[in-house]
Design a protein. Structure first.
Length: 215
């Protein structure tokens, strides 16, 4: 089933690329979540926008999510650490977004960003043991998951000049990839981690391969 979905997404991108104007983009963002170090996890992404019509500009995207959870430690009666556990998680997402344009798309505009994603998620758990404050041994565990999800976002895009139409989009979105699934497998007795509907802030930079048409 997953292979079929990926094949359909690839064929759609091939058709759009040969029939419409393509604009590649790169982007980054941060999602807010209190279980992670620095209260969030990162997103890096790249993809392409296809100019199907004035009000519909579908996007295909490959992105990565990466974060480390707050570490936990165990102390003895003398307040000396005897064990420590660290956990981290990453995901690779293949996404399709039928982006909907609101306003004058030649200058600046708001956009609605529904997104469907197929994700492969991998979590790591490292356990460290200490004796008299000295490191003695360690153990690493890995868990993996496949998932499908839908997210939603809004954005505001603006161009940089009249001659070229490179542009930047400021994005506020809710992502629905659950990074907690493999993390909870590794630590069934710890507090549950759930990253569904996590709010995020990001930017996309769109590179126009052609000069903007003069009006």
């Amino acid at each position: 089933m997953k292979k079929r979905i990926l094949t359909v997404l690839f064929l759609l991108s091939f058709v759009f690329a040969n029939a419409q104007i393509v604009k590649p983009f790169v982007g980054a963002g941060i999602y807010l979540h209190s279980d992670f170090e620095n209260s969030g996890f990162l997103s890096l992404r790249s993809g392409a926008e296809f100019n199907v019509s004035k009000y519909i500009k579908p996007e295909i995207e490959i992105s990565g999510l990466l974060g480390s959870l707050e570490s936990s430690s165990k102390l003895d009666a003398n307040n000396v650490m005897i064990a420590e556990i660290t956990r981290s998680v990453s995901a690779v997402n293949f996404s399709f977004c039928p982006k909907i344009i609101l306003g004058n798309e030649l200058v600046s505009y708001f956009e609605i960003l529904p997104k469907y994603s197929i994700s492969t998620i991998e979590a790591h758990k490292n356990s460290y043991n200490y004796t008299n404050g000295n490191f003695t041994s360690s153990k690493m565990e890995i868990a993996k998951e496949w998932s499908q999800s839908f997210g939603i976002g809004i954005g505001y895009t603006f161009s940089f000049s009249d001659e070229y139409s490179d542009s930047m989009s400021l994005i506020l979105d809710l992502q629905n990839v659950d990074l907690g699934k493999p993390l909870n497998k590794l630590s069934p007795n710890a507090s549950r981690v759930d990253t569904k509907w996590t709010i995020g802030f990001g930017i996309n930079y769109y590179i126009n391969l052609k000069k903007k048409k003069k009006v």
